[in-house]
Design a protein. Sequence first.
Length: 79
Amino acid sequence: MIKGQDESKVVQLSAAAVGSARLPYTIELWNLSKTETEKVVGQAASIVLARAIFAAAQTEHLGRRLVLRRGTKVLQESG
């Protein structure tokens, strides 16, 4: 803390507050047979960040099916 700073202006976020942050975009890695989601490789609050995560996942998982969603709506697919 900076000397002379008013402690009443410092706000701590609880784990519950951070965990409940809204992350509407999801990037999924599908299994090799492309029948179900293997794992969620990322979540994001903005479409810009979601597309960056999707692009990075494409280079990490070459040829695999990846799906970028907002809720149930598919925004982008690869593989």
